[in-house]
Design a protein around this ligand. Structure first.
Ligand SMILES: [Zn+2]
Length: 529
């Protein structure tokens, strides 16, 4: 029999447009898969003459891409916040409180928690005070986080429980006062004063959070996520859920710089399984632009008394980089302001001697002084950006930055330095859908198609670059490009079937792209209903 000469495989995909995102950006129409990995790609006839399978999927002419990778997000935290009140998109402080009250009626809890408020979206674009919060919740502690995670507001009960009063001070943080009275607004390190008083989340709740996060992420085509800042117990929980097969999402863990993490992981070297990589630490230099915590070289244009906040001492940052370097770990540092970026490059340059393959990253790289731009190339520092931040911030960022807006969100300029960059979302700060990042990168417009000519379009990415930023380059930023990020023989069969051609679809239509199905290791993990 002729077919006996054909190699038996687990699955054959036919009748597709497959963007392999390999080094020559080749396209195929068919793919053979076995043992969770890609065996071959080719035209339908080629694959059919060489392979046979009991299972074939006809893609009906749809489009296949490598499974999307979010190289900077907060996967566990996103899952946890799904049970908290969502405050994003609220048009006023009053609406924030209404939403909290409503959510508490449906889901009563000891602590009232929520996330996503943003005073820049209100008519009065100022930090709120907690008076209305006290009125709505006179007996229960309330703690709600700003959209960027770098500011929060607590009610008086919560402040009292935390032992915070007018005389409290913190390093690298601020307690905002109005006429000498606490407003409840906590910026950067001051957040910890209250957050640390919230009872520890139980393991069973975290398990549920991870499973729910996984379900939602598969539905938007994500097959790998990099969680930017995890504690030891969280990484161990993820590892155990992956080992029992409950969690199929692959995860790249960035460790918080705790002694526990150093002792357990860094002291023993790199830890990898098929689903998990642990080889990096996550540091913070500064806060965020919206809450004026980003560290700037010159004062804020709309607040000349401040240059922002350095949230970790230079001494500690140097020490953490030394520990990571000696352990062969990657360093990924949050830097939003131009002074933050300059400071971390100065520190990195002690270890990154000229061209290297250590792939130390600067997360966000939001405002980069033109003088520092070439230093990314000089020391092979990888920009890890979130293109949706540009289109989320563009309506107010110039108030903070003035003329400096010209070199903010400069993704094409950053890409040019090493020829690649990683593009993530930072969810839950932004939506989990990577297509929104793709669209923001290419169009530089928000979901309403604004501004019509795009925001600082000279820094748009091409569609090919935008696709690479969430596949092969994202994998590279995680040292995982040898086994994922593109569809090539020997790599994991992680892929997504989409209803749109991302390379040719009408620009305004891109955000409507729908995932038809998602596969991890050749296994179907999501199917549209
Ligand atoms: Zn983040």
């Amino acid at each position: 029999m002729a077919c006996s000469k054909r190699q038996k495989v687990d699955l054959i995909i036919t009748n597709a447009t497959i963007y392999s995102v390999d080094s020559t950006f080749s396209k195929y129409s068919s793919m053979a898969i076995s043992d969770g990995k890609i065996v071959a790609l080719g035209q339908i006839r080629e694959i059919e003459t060489k392979y046979n399978s009991e299972k074939t999927i006809d893609a009906n002419g749809k489009f296949i891409y490598p499974g999307f990778i979010d190289p900077h997000c907060h996967f566990l935290n996103y899952g946890i916040t799904l049970s908290n009140a969502s405050l994003s998109g609220a048009k006023s402080w009053e609406e924030v409180i209404e939403r909290l009250v409503k959510h508490q009626k449906e889901f009563p809890s000891d602590w009232v928690q929520g996330r996503g408020w943003n005073q820049n979206e209100w008519e009065v674009k100022e930090f709120p005070t907690n008076d209305l919060l006290d009125k709505a919740f006179p007996d229960k502690p309330v703690y709600i986080v700003r959209v960027d995670g770098h500011a929060a507001i607590a009610n008086s009960v919560a402040l009292k429980m935390a032992g915070v009063n007018e005389n409290t001070t913190t390093e690298g943080g601020e307690l905002i006062k109005k006429k000498g009275k606490l407003t409840g607004v906590l910026v950067d390190n001051a957040i910890e004063l209250v957050r640390s008083k919230i009872p520890e989340i139980q393991k069973t709740i975290k398990e549920k959070a991870l499973m729910k996060a996984q379900e939602n992420c598969f539905a938007v085509g994500l097959t790998s996520v990099s969680d930017a800042g995890l504690d030891l117990q969280d990484v161990l929980l993820i590892d155990s859920l992956q080992k029992t097969g409950q969690m199929k999402m692959r995860l790249y863990a960035m460790l918080n710089p705790t002694q526990e993490n150093f002792d357990f992981f860094l002291a023993k070297g790199i830890y990898t399984t098929d689903e998990l990589t642990v080889r990096s630490i996550k540091l913070f230099v500064d806060g965020a632009l919206g809450s004026r915590g980003a560290l700037l070289l010159k004062p804020y244009s709309d607040a000349p008394e401040t240059i922002g906040l350095q949230v970790e001492t230079t001494e500690k940052l140097k020490n953490y980089c030394k520990i990571a370097f000696e352990a062969g770990y990657q360093v990924n540092t949050h830097c939003i302001g131009d002074a933050g970026v300059r400071l971390i490059i100065d520190i990195y340059s002690n270890y990154l001697k000229f061209h290297n393959d250590l792939r130390w990253r600067i997360e966000h790289s939001q405002v980069v002084d033109p003088q520092d731009l070439p230093r990314y190339g000089q020391y092979s520092i990888i920009p890890s950006v979130q293109t949706t931040h540009a289109t989320s911030d563009m309506t107010w960022a110039d108030e903070r930055l003035g003329n400096r807006i010209k070199y903010a969100y400069a993704y094409q300029d950053l890409l040019r330095q090493n020829g690649w960059l990683a593009n993530g979302s930072d969810f839950p700060i932004e939506n989990i859908n990577p297509i929104y990042g793709f669209y923001a990168a290419a169009a530089r417009k928000d979901l309403n198609g604004q501004p019509v000519n795009g925001f600082q379009v000279e820094n748009a990415l091409t569609r090919e670059q935008a696709l690479k930023g969430m596949t092969i380059w994202a994998a590279k930023a995680n040292f995982e490009d040898d086994f994922k990020g593109s569809l090539e023989p020997g790599k994991w069969a992680d892929f997504v079937i989409l209803d749109r051609d991302l390379l040719t679809a009408e620009e305004s239509d891109l955000p409507n792209s729908k995932v038809i199905s998602t596969f991890v290791g050749g296994e179907l993990v999501y199917q549209v209903k």
